[in-house]
Design a protein around this ligand. Structure first.
Ligand code: PEP
Ligand code: MG
Length: 326
């Protein structure tokens, strides 16, 4: 009912025992931010900036991007906005051909896409970063790097971010503190080597949509193999758990921004793994909040402890049943 929604919108996201949980929202276009404000989210946890580049005929300029980012930042009134840099390629393609658009390849999910593409086209990447840094004057912004695979890419991206800052200072823009830079954990190699990446990144966000695709070798958009796309596969749960634990141990901020974060059947499982930041489609946020409000953190942790040694599928099934009880 309307009243229930209003009550939920205005109540803080926390567990029954009072532990504060951050519930943030994912957006694709600046105008989506109104639905984020409507549900009282704690921030934008994932702004999929590539949608500013899709369904149009040319690259957006620095000024146009700046206006788009500023609009979202201002609408969030001091709550953090995490903007993911261009994640083009595979399921997210441009509508125009230009000398510097991501090339066709025989296996586009594994090709020159996402951060790999940005690093191969520094002018496009630098333009986006300058727009973001300029917009950071209007509220707290974080930069999120998609599809990182190795440390050189991470360092290279950080170098370009410094370079963009220098360029703006040369143009006499007033800039505040450097913005936090984080990385998506969506390539298995990163999930398996967290401590090294955490040396360079201020935060991480687990992209379970691609992580599942890459770990299970299942194309996320191919309906013929949709039945194999299983978030509860022991390998997925092990990786998600280990990434959360590694980040918590390093006292680094970690969120989940893939579809798993907005699935109420998985809310308690993730909480029990130690997750305290979720980012999801705005339409899912109040249901997740409602469930958290009647969830005991310690009880959930205890239940999840029973599966984390071996991730035995039978135990996973049994624990899932117990987590889903009222
Ligand atoms: C993901 O991969 O889980 C993710 C959040 O990003 P996208 O769905 O845009 O690839
Ligand atoms: Mg992804």
């Amino acid at each position: 009912s309307r009243q229930r929604l209003k009550r939920l919108k205005n109540s803080e996201a926390k567990t029954q025992c009072g532990r504060r949980i951050e519930l943030m929202a994912n957006i694709e276009l600046p105008e989506d931010v109104s639905s984020v404000v409507d549900v009282g989210a704690d921030g934008v946890g994932l702004f999929r900036s590539e949608f500013l580049f899709m369904n149009r005929k040319e690259w957006p300029s620095e000024d146009e991007q700046f206006e788009a980012y500023r609009k979202v930042i201002k609408a969030m009134k001091g709550k953090p906005v995490t903007v993911r840099t261009l994640d083009l390629g595979a399921d997210k393609t441009l509508q125009f051909d230009s000398a510097n658009s991501p090339p066709a390849s025989s296996n586009s999910a594994l090709g020159l896409r996402s951060i790999r593409f940005s690093l191969s086209e520094p002018a496009i990447f630098l333009t986006q970063i300058r727009a973001l840094l300029r917009a950071s004057k209007y509220g707290p912004v974080k930069v999120l790097l998609p599809m990182l695979t190795n440390l050189q890419e991470t360092q290279q991206a950080l170098t370009y971010i410094d370079m963009a800052r220098e360029q703006l200072l040369e143009r006499r823009f007033q800039l505040g503190e450097p913005v936090p830079v984080g990385g998506m954990v969506e390539v298995p190699a990163v999930a398996l080597s967290m401590p090294y990446f955490l040396k360079y990144l201020d935060f991480v966000s687990i992209g379970t949509n691609d992580l599942i695709q890459y770990v299970l070798a299942v194309d996320r958009v191919d309906h013929q193999v949709a039945h194999l796309y299983d978030p509860l596969h022991p390998a997925i749960l092990r990786l998600v758990y280990e990434v959360i634990q590694a980040a918590n141990k390093a006292q680094a901020s970690v969120s989940v921004c893939g579809e798993m974060a907005g699935d109420i059947r998985l809310t308690r499982l993730l909480l029990g793994m130690g997750l305290t930041q979720y980012s999801m489609h705005p339409a899912q946020l109040l249901d997740v909040k409602e469930l958290l409000l009647k969830t005991d953190f310690d009880a959930t942790q205890k239940l999840v402890k029973r599966i984390v040694r071996g991730f035995d599928p039978d135990k996973i099934e049994q624990v899932m049943r117990e987590l889903l009880e009222e």
